[in-house]
Ligand binder design. Structure first.
Ligand code: FE2
Length: 232
C-alpha cells in the first residue's frame, strides 16, 4: 500500500520513475495499491485529465467502486478490504491542505458499509491524516471533522495515511465505543535523520488485533531492519 506522494511537482516523468522504482521491488500490481499525495495534484490540469491515474491505473484496479468516479475505490484481498480515498486537490495557494469533499465522503461511507467490505477487515487509506498531528492548518485535511463523523458512524478497523513523513499513531472513535487505530507511515525515500529515514510498515492482522512493524533503512549495512513493533 502506497499512500503518496509519488512525485514532487506532479510531472508524469516523476511518476514513471516512481512506477519503475515500485516495479524494481518486485511488488505485483495486484498486490500493490496506490493513491496520490498532494504533490501529485499540484496542477488543476493534472487532476482534470487524470494524468496520475493513467500512469498508475494497474495499481488502482477496483474490485468495488460506486458510480464512475475514480475515488474512492475498494480492493478486496483475502480477509482485508482496502478502501482508498483521494484527499488531494490543487490548492492553488502553495498550501499542502487536502479535502475529501462531500460527494466522496458519501461514497466512502457507502463503501465501508458495503457487505463485501463489512465482511472483511476494513482499512481506509488516505494521504492526509484524519486528525491534525502537525500544524499549521494549511497543510492539513480541511474536512477532517466530517471524515471522523463518517468513521464514527460506519466504523473501520484501521486507517492508514501518509503526508507527515514520519511515524504517527492515533485513535479515532468508532461506533458503539469501539476505537479505530490510525497509523501514519513515514517516507519511503527520505535520506535524512535516523528517526525519519526511508521506512515502511508491515501490518500483521489477527482478528481485531493489529501489530505494526516498522522497518527503516540502516545506512551502515544498506539494508532495512525492524526498528519498532507496536500493537494498535
Ligand atoms: Fe503530502
Amino acid at each position: 500500500m502506497v499512500s503518496g506522494d509519488l512525485g514532487n511537482v506532479s510531472l508524469p516523468s516523476e511518476w514513471r520513475e516512481a512506477r519503475s522504482w515500485i516495479e524494481r521491488t518486485g511488488a505485483s500490481v495486484e498486490n500493490t495499491t496506490l493513491i496520490p499525495g498532494n504533490h501529485d495534484a499540484y496542477v488543476r490540469e493534472v487532476v482534470v485529465t487524470g494524468a496520475f491515474e493513467q500512469v498508475f491505473a494497474a495499481y488502482q484496479r477496483a474490485d468495488l467502486r460506486l458510480e464512475a468516479d475514480t475515488y474512492p475505490f475498494a480492493r478486496l484481498r483475502g480477509e482485508v478490504a482496502l478502501v482508498c480515498a483521494n484527499t488531494c486537490v490543487p490548492t492553488g495557494d502553495l498550501g499542502a491542505w487536502g479535502r475529501v469533499g462531500e460527494a466522496q465522503l458519501r461514497r466512502v461511507e457507502a463503501l465501508l458499509a458495503a457487505p463485501e467490505v463489512r465482511a472483511r477487515f476494513r482499512v481506509l487509506v488516505i494521504h492526509h491524516p484524519p486528525l491534525m498531528h502537525r500544524p499549521p492548518e494549511n497543510r492539513n485535511l480541511r474536512d477532517r471533522v466530517k471524515l471522523t463523523e463518517v468513521l464514527a458512524r460506519v466504523g473501520a478497523d484501521l486507517v492508514i495515511h501518509g503526508h507527515d513523513h514520519r511515524d504517527e499513531f492515533a485513535e479515532l472513535p468508532g461506533p458503539e465505543g469501539r476505537r479505530i487505530p490510525v497509523v501514519g507511515a513515514g517516507s519511503a525515500s527520505y535520506a535524512g535523520a535516523a528517526d525519519r529515514c526511508s521506512r515502511y510498515n508491515i501490518y500483521e492482522i489477527d482478528g481485531p488485533r493489529v501489530d505494526v512493524l516498522t522497518y527503516a533503512h540502516d545506512g551502515t549495512t544498506g539494508t532495512f531492519r525492524e526498528v519498532r513493533r507496536r500493537t494498535v
